[in-house]
Design a protein around this ligand. Structure first.
Ligand SMILES: Nc1ncnc2c1ncn2[C@@H]1O[C@H](COP(=O)(O)OP(=O)(O)OP(=O)(O)O)[C@@H](O)[C@H]1O
Length: 316
């Protein structure tokens, strides 16, 4: 089954299960409040799997018919206790990211490619930091490491003071899911889901209690200026609007850090400027920190700090 078909099927099973059980809470935000019992009922991703192991990033990209059906039924029948969001990170006043002498090499066949050659950087809370540089200079490789998607060959990356390389895979996955939002050049939206459903999906994946979804989705779409587009699907929106849905989706679970890989590359200068204005706004309102890559010299002035990369090093 395709990704899209899987997600649509999952949503339709949930809706049908809800209508059978009398739950009127519509996925796009029904007016009726949920009963206390319904609010108690845990959300779908918690239904069968312990918190650290429930719907993983991999599950999102490869939905499976039987597990979707099982989850929908289990959400109705078993009513397991909600799992509290764990505090992954102790309080810390220092930088959100500290990168110390990071190197990254890749082996391809018998060749070793040394891509990052001693990176040092800091990203402070509520900063907008840009990584600029030519294609192949190593920006995406570094961004992947900042988000815990990849590990340095040597050196340290501290996230809110915690050394990521000392963490196990499960804890890093939990950190990514709860504390980091990702934005990509090509929006990465589910094409058959509306703007509302796309944002709501990220709350499901981040274990946010269902009772918070309606207010949070509405708030995030408002922040990116899309309150009049909530029912539109990606193909019914402009590139700039789609990217703003992707931003709403990335911030919905209240991450501390937003990582964006060339978020304006597909946009004309006007839409690119809108996206940058949204970034400044969400830093203010959501107190998020943003680190992004770019080729575009026209948006650099919006940054608090720009690191320029060439051949795996910062040159200023
Ligand atoms: N997994 C990998 N295996 C081998 N080489 C890799 C791997 N990942 C990245 N590279 C190489 O590392 C170099 C830097 O790639 P990277 O994608 O980080 O550059 P970039 O600055 O983000 O480029 P662009 O702006 O085109 O996205 C490239 O030469 C790329 O081929």
């Amino acid at each position: 089954m395709s990704v899209i078909a899987g997600m649509k099927k999952l949503f339709s099973k949930i809706k049908s299960a809800k209508s059978q059980s009398g739950d009127k809470h519509d996925i796009e935000g029904a007016e009726q409040p949920e009963s206390a019992q319904q609010q108690d009922q845990t959300y779908i991703s918690e239904a069968k799997i312990p918190v650290e192991e429930n719907l993983s990033d991999e599950t999102l990209t490869e939905p499976n018919e039987s597990s979707s059906a099982e989850l929908a039924v289990a959400a109705q029948d078993k009513k397991p206790k909600p799992v509290k969001k764990r505090d992954l990170l102790p309080p810390y006043d220092g930088p959100v990211l500290e990168v110390r002498n990071v190197h990254r090499s890749f082996q391809t066949g018998s060749r070793i490619i040394h891509v990052l050659k001693g990176i040092d950087m800091e990203v402070n809370p509520q900063q907008l930091v840009m990584l600029k540089g030519r294609s192949g200079s190593g920006k995406t490789t570094l961004l992947n490491m900042l988000g815990g998607l990849d590990q340095p060959s040597s050196g340290d990356i501290l996230f809110s003071g915690q050394p990521l390389q000392d963490w196990g895979d499960r804890r890093r996955t939990a950190l990514r899911r709860r504390e980091i939002g990702f934005i990509f050049q090509a929006y990465a939206l589910m094409p058959l889901l509306s703007a509302w459903e796309n944002v709501e999906l990220s709350l499901r994946m981040a274990d946010v209690p269902r009772s918070e979804w309606k207010e949070r989705v509405g708030h995030c779409l408002d922040l990116v200026g899309l309150t009049k587009r909530v029912k539109h699907r990606p193909f019914e929106m402009s590139g700039g609007e789609q990217q703003r849905v992707a931003i709403a989706k990335a911030i919905a679970h209240r991450p501390r850090l937003l990582l964006a890989d060339e978020p304006t590359a597909e946009l004309d200068s006007k839409m690119g400027a809108q996206v940058m204005a949204v970034f400044r706004n969400i830093i203010e309102v959501e107190q998020v920190t943003i680190c992004m890559t770019t080729h575009d010299p026209t948006i650099l002035e919006v940054a608090d700090h720009v690191y320029e990369m060439a051949d795996g090093r910062f040159i200023k």
